[in-house]
Design a protein around this ligand. Sequence first.
Ligand SMILES: Cc1ncc(COP(=O)(O)O)c(C=O)c1O
Length: 406
Amino acid sequence: MNTHTSNSEKALLTEALFSNRIQHVPRSFIREILKVAVGKDMISFAGGLPNPQLFPVAELQESCNRVMLHTGQDALQYSNSEGYLPLREYIAQRYWQQQKIRINPVNILITSGSQQGLDLLGKVFINPGDRVVIEEPGYLGAIQAMSIFEPQFIPIPLEADGMYPEALNEACSRHSPKLMYVVPDFQNPSGQSYSDSTRKRIAGIVDQYNLLLVEDNPYSDIRFAGQRKKSFYEWLPEKTLLLGTFSKTAVPGFRLGWIVAPDAIMEKLIVAKQAADLHTNTFTQQVLFDFLTHNDLEKHIARIAHTYGAQCQAMTTAIEDHFPAEVTFSRPEGGMFLWAQLPPEWSSKKLFDRAIEQKVAFVPGAPFYVNKFNDSTLRLNFSCTHPDTIRKGIQVLGELLTLQRN
Ligand SMILES: Cc1ncc(COP(=O)(O)O)c(C=O)c1O
């Protein structure tokens, strides 16, 4: 390269080298927002993080020490791509204890968070132009992970009790999708869950087509109201790829998740996993397994659910008190998010700009939609904010919304 090439020319030359697949995948919009939403005096409903005050730091420190002391050399060595067998056995046993779902540990692949599960599924199934059904609004991380493989997304609106089955049936017969991606419990971003009857009808439709269902379930354990619903896996074990994670029930920083898949798919996923990173972090797998065998996970999860339940309650009550009546919102029974719908002529982006000036942040709904611009929805996260602060922040948003109305 000529020594007189300017920086902007260099940038253009580099641009020409990028693959098609990365060119069109946007940076995470939420990460961009979070840059604006930091600051000590900011009330932020914009994040999507589990509450760090609930991380079992002391217990994990003890587990680290035990692992180093007893199996240090093994825990620091390369390992197998499928994952640490005792951890896979623990996951299988917990599916049985909690949901009476029988899963063979050989059908569980440990991944670097469930986010890696999405990437591996993309590698195994998606050719450019393949159709993938997703929820609208949909989980941004899944949209981003799959976009790398250049699918054609077929978005289906999410109703209060899940995707509308007739819309799915029509999409399947018109577009022959290969995959369908759903977050059936306390969805990110909407906080909505599928009812049992919708699950059953959707499972019946998926069964009629040559289509696999990806059930991403990071939040189902964090339930603070209502009863646990049946997993799609119970209806369609051969056609459901179940994604799970310890990010919301233990810690996200260990990056430990998993995929449950039938034998033939498991084989391909292992190839993709080997090509991606050989195997998931051995040390954190062993430390987490030690933590799980020395502590009561269910008690820990109950504490998380109790805390998030109180935060969610503070948020819904404050919304009822302060938001104009035209604004509707979801009432999640678990998870970390709540979704608000403004009248179509109001702008959540305008609200965002004004709210930031008043030191309150949230995520405008637009990036959760593919193939469509929607400026009248917003996502509110409650997991990291004290109920008193939630009430203050919602009051500010309520006052700004009342101004938009006038
Ligand atoms: C629906 C959904 N799927 C997957 C993930 C990724 O989780 P993990 O930390 O297991 O990669 C998240 C994280 O927020 C999520 O909300």
